[in-house]
Ligand binder design. Structure first.
Ligand SMILES: [Zn+2]
Ligand SMILES: [Zn+2]
Length: 372
């Protein structure tokens, strides 16, 4: 029977976050849990399916392998010559990961391994995230040793057939009452043994170096988004494909704006005269200053929305909005003349709190209710 897509099983999108996956899993696991569905074969099958999908998608390495190779990329039995089937009630996958350290296998009997995926954390500014940018990164890499041309054998000599495994690359290993195939510990599956190692790479055939990559960050990326550079991860073994490099974006805190999805939020301080009388203030956006009309009698906490001045979605072309949160500012460092005018203002306003200070009035009313 063909296996269902793991994302479909959990009912999430392919770009779902770790959190979304966890939530979807919890919901479905509750629904189909055997304790709640006694004697339902259908629920039991569903529960297993959901559990399996979650085990893969909740593990970033397995998820990446699944994204690239589908079920073949994460099947613990792939590459073991079909020897894993038929142990009733026995979780074979766990045993393999214990013995082999969870290495990913690329299929076939020849110990072809896909290289590991690498993760690169990249800090970018909010402006860079909003507009997109191109960055250069320097990452460790391996290249074939130029002294031995990648063979690992001292120049002038050749690798010999491995004496431990006779060139098969594998040996049998007993695990309790059954035996399984295991990679040859001498040649690590290559079937070759180097008796006279190259002086430069010490027999590895490869040397460590660095490479510089250009990374295109698309406009609209957000905290934790992943950009995949296919084949730029660790090299595969014995001809296996290289892993991928995942660049994970981290957006630095901005001094003015706070981001919430496509929307940006900022504080908008206005003088109390502007707040009372109305007026216009200039506020910054990611692409320059814009004017915002302030209505008369504006209170602190009121939010003015500036349409289209947020951030573009990474997948769409529509922009979010800029939300300006009004803060009415108390004037400081007043001159004698200013103080005089304020005292006068206060004196003529005092008698009529209900008219001039709606918040004070509402607060006083609440206090009255509270104290009876
Ligand atoms: Zn070498
Ligand atoms: Zn060997």
């Amino acid at each position: 029977m063909a296996k269902k897509d793991f994302y479909e099983v959990l009912g999430v999108n392919r770009d779902a976050s770790e959190d979304d996956i966890k939530k979807a899993y919890r919901k479905l696991a509750m629904k189909y849990h055997p304790d709640r569905n006694t004697d339902s074969k259908e629920a039991e099958d569903k529960f297993k399916e959901v559990k399996e999908a979650y085990e893969i998608l909740s593990d970033s390495q397995k998820r990446a392998a699944y994204d690239q190779y589908g079920h073949a990329g994460v099947d613990p039995q792939a590459g073991m010559g079909g020897g894993g089937a038929g142990f009733g009630g026995f979780d074979f996958g766990d045993i393999f990961s214990d013995i082999f350290g969870g290495g990913q296998r690329g299929g076939g009997r020849s110990n072809v391994y896909r290289g590991s995926d690498l993760r690169y954390n990249m800090e970018i500014t909010l402006e860079e995230a909003a507009r997109g940018c191109e960055k250069q990164i320097r990452i460790p890499s391996h290249e074939n040793c130029d002294a031995c041309h990648g063979t690992g054998a001292k120049p002038g000599t050749q690798p010999k057939t491995c004496r431990t495994c006779g060139g098969h690359g594998q040996g049998r290993m007993s695990q309790g009452f059954f035996s399984i195939q295991q990679t040859c510990p001498t040649c690590h599956g290559s079937g070759k043994e180097i008796t006279d190692p190259c002086h430069k790479c010490h027999g590895a055939g490869q040397v460590k170096t660095h490479k510089t990559l250009n990374v295109k960050i698309p406009a609209g990326v957000d905290e934790g988004d992943r950009i995949r550079l296919a084949g730029e991860g660790e090299p595969g073994q014995n001809g296996g494909p290289a892993g991928d490099l995942f660049v994970v974006t981290h957006v630095k805190k901005h001094s003015v704006f706070e981001r919430d999805g496509k929307d940006l939020h900022c504080e908008m301080p206005i003088s109390f005269a502007t707040a009372a009388l109305g007026g216009e203030v200039e506020i910054p956006t990611l692409d320059g200053m814009v004017k915002v009309k302030i209505a008369a009698e504006t209170q602190s906490g009121r939010v003015y929305r500036v349409r289209g001045k947020g951030v573009k979605s990474v997948r769409g072309s529509d922009y979010g909005d800029l939300m300006c949160h009004v803060v009415v500012e108390t004037p400081v460092a007043l001159t004698e003349r200013q103080k005089e005018l304020l005292r006068e203002f206060e004196a003529i306003s005092q008698g009529d709190v209900a008219t001039h200070s709606p918040r004070t009035k509402s607060f006083m009313d609440k206090l009255k209710d509270f104290f009876g």
